[in-house]
Design a protein around this ligand. Structure first.
Ligand SMILES: Nc1ncnc2c1ncn2[C@@H]1O[C@H](COP(=O)(O)OP(=O)(O)OP(=O)(O)O)[C@@H](O)[C@H]1O
Ligand SMILES: [Mg+2]
Length: 588
């Protein structure tokens, strides 16, 4: 049995720091939250080396008095709570007194501050928990300025884990942008190596700020406010219409009591409403700001406070769902579709899944069929649903050659829902998922063309222009030459848009292909294979009706593929229902 040791303080501080500060983006989150808690109306952030060598943040908030400055960088030093009671009514972003301590434990920090009442500022210098100096500072401006250098200088394992500058900046944008929306009256400036990445003036209007910060058009967003109800809850919601679609949930923002949070259940329900007007591969824009009594929410469940626990989650989800439907319907977008929304429909969307091999999973719970995180909508499956929707084991996928040759002999007998192609062979029904099959065929063809350097392209008479989010823009900068090589000739159009002048011939939905390609967070992961896979995501739509010869052609092309029975993302392309299986279902 190993002996137990009590860890020394310096080690404890490094471990604790690691929970709060994982990368430059976490430093920015903590410091921006401090500035906002201090009532700042201007926050400037300057980075060098994606923050790895310098993060310099300046705010015009209340500042920190000389007395308090002495207490900074100690663990649990906070001005935001005093006793246990306060924990249940937190109305600041910070409350643990952990952030500055953690930052000081793994970097070299100088913090300068001046309050309105002080004639001069003071400055404290800390390096890896060591307090090096506390002295008057030459500053006349009220507010706080913090310079963080050499991040993770004493935790090399953490430092090694940091990704490329593009990826780290992307993470920073992901963290910062939600605050720029919620605090739309605050000025935000973010620069990297001297060039501005975000430059938002003091603003008065939420929709204008959303448009400016996310590079989307104001005319495509709808805003609605619901003042406090009998439960003391207020909601402000801004929804994108069908013109704003993304490959990821990049444009989805949820705030609870002034804190950007992630909540799978709420997000699931809002996306479900949009499923009525958008295909499952597209994600809409939404911004939901909820104010609820602090007693009804617990933010103390995760070290980074990103997850919250809600008292009456079910009620809130249903309320948001109704509100979203109402707003979208009023805008004339879903009408009949909304009435077709029934628990049975949800059941089908949520429970029927053939297990996916998520080789190219975009997000942990993203997929063609979304799964309700809590399976909240009550519905007991009917007998027919129970019998028919039985998992994978009943869809025999025989070995490759056998199935290939049987598919060769199979006769096309029709299509189902413009989604599945039905083929009959001996005592089996073979179903081809036309979308997955076309993806496989196009992916192999495309990869081949890339390898040979002979890509068939379509030139466009008028270019397609796309407005990109700041994150997409960053990725575009990194991969624009690669895009060019694979047939998407491109250039920057204006400060927020790009133009596409040609595309690989088989790509039908160019915008979706480009956004899929720009949705990768870690550009390090991009090899030609990943690029071809992402581009092919948009090669064919599920809803296209295929005529008999086209269905036969697709079958033939699929048979000739190197790896015909899975799509590039790991889903099956063909499933077999044997006579035996069907007999069993009919209790024969
Ligand atoms: N930019 C700032 N302006 C004014 N005061 C600040 C600023 N940054 C930090 N402080 C003061 O320093 C204290 C410690 O900050 P720190 O971020 O470590 O803890 P916290 O914000 O109280 O809690 P948390 O760890 O949850 O963020 C704060 O409570 C606040 O009083
Ligand atoms: Mg804080």
């Amino acid at each position: 049995m190993a002996t137990i040791t009590i860890l020394p303080d310096h080690l404890i501080s490094k471990i604790a720091a690691g929970e709060v500060i994982e990368r430059p983006a976490s430093v920015i989150k903590e410091c921006v939250e401090n500035s906002l808690d201090a009532g700042a109306t201007s926050i400037e952030i300057h980075l060098k080396d994606a923050g790895k060598s310098l993060i310099h943040i300046k705010d015009n908030g209340t500042g920190i008095s000389q007395n308090d400055l002495e207490k900074l960088f100690f663990r649990h030093a906070t001005s935001k709570i005093k006793n246990e009671d306060d924990l249940s009514h937190i109305n600041s972003l910070g409350f643990r007194g952990e952030a500055l301590y953690s930052i000081g434990a793994i970097s070299d920090v100088t913090l300068k501050s001046k309050t309105l009442n002080q004639s001069e500022g003071w400055e404290i210098h800390v390096r890896g928990t060591q307090r090096l100096s506390l002295k008057p500072a030459a500053t006349t401006l009220n507010g706080t300025e913090i310079e963080i250098k050499e991040l993770f200088f004493n935790t090399p394992a953490r430092k090694k884990f940091l990704k490329s500058n593009t990826t780290e900046i992307n993470q920073i944008l992901n963290i910062l942008i939600p605050y720029t929306l919620l605090h739309y009256k605050t000025r935000f400036l973010l620069t990297h190596q001297g060039s501005p990445l975000i430059d938002l003036p003091t603003d008065e209007n939420l929709t204008k700020r959303i448009a400016q910060s996310l590079h989307i058009e104001e005319k495509y967003i709808l805003e609605k406010k619901y003042p406090k109800d009998q439960n003391d809850m207020a909601i402000q919601i801004v929804l994108g219409d069908i013109n704003i679609k993304r490959a990821r949930r990049d444009l989805q923002f949820l705030f609870i009591n002034g804190r950007p949070v992630q909540h799978k259940n709420i997000s699931f329900h809002l996306n479900q409403v949009y499923r009525l007007i958008m295909p499952p591969t597209d994600y809409p824009f939404f911004y939901v700001d909820i104010l609820i009594p602090p007693d009804d929410v617990d933010v103390n469940v995760h070290p980074t406070k990103r997850e919250v626990k809600l008292k009456d989650e079910q009620h809130l989800c249903m309320l948001l769902r109704n509100i979203t439907e109402e707003i979208l319907m009023k805008n004339g977008q879903i009408k009949e579709a909304a009435s077709s929304f029934s628990p049975a429909h949800t059941f089908k969307n949520t429970t029927i899944r053939i297990k996916e091999n998520k080789t190219d999973s975009l997000e942990p719970w993203e997929g063609q069929s979304e799964k309700s995180p809590n399976n909240n909508i009550p519905h007991s499956p009917s007998i027919s649903e129970q019998l028919f929707f039985i998992p994978e084991a009943n869809f025999h996928r025989k070995n490759k050659e056998n199935l290939q040759s049987r598919l060769q002999n199979a006769k096309f007998i029709g299509g189902f829902l413009n989604k599945y192609l039905l083929f009959e062979e001996n005592h089996s029904l073979l179903l081809i998922d036309q979308h997955a099959a076309a993806e496989r065929v196009n992916y192999e063809k495309f990869l081949n063309q890339i390898r040979k350097g002979q890509i068939e392209v379509q030139h466009l008479l008028t270019p397609i222009t796309l407005k990109l989010t700041p994150q997409e823009f960053l990725t575009f900068e990194e991969i624009k030459d690669t895009l060019e090589k694979i047939g998407f000739s491109n250039n920057q159009w204006d400060a927020t848009s790009i133009a596409i002048h040609s595309h690989p011939i088989f790509i039908k939905n160019i915008e979706r292909a480009i956004r899929n390609l720009l949705a990768e967070r870690s550009v390090e992961k991009y090899d030609m294979d990943a690029i071809a896979r992402r581009a092919c995501r948009s090669s064919v739509m599920t809803g296209d009706k295929l005529q008999d010869p086209e269905a036969e052609k697709l079958k033939q092309q699929l048979i000739e593929c190197f790896d015909p029975f899975t799509c590039p993302h790991g889903r099956p392309t063909v499933v077999e229902l044997t006579e035996d299986f069907l007999d069993k279902q009919f209790l024969r």
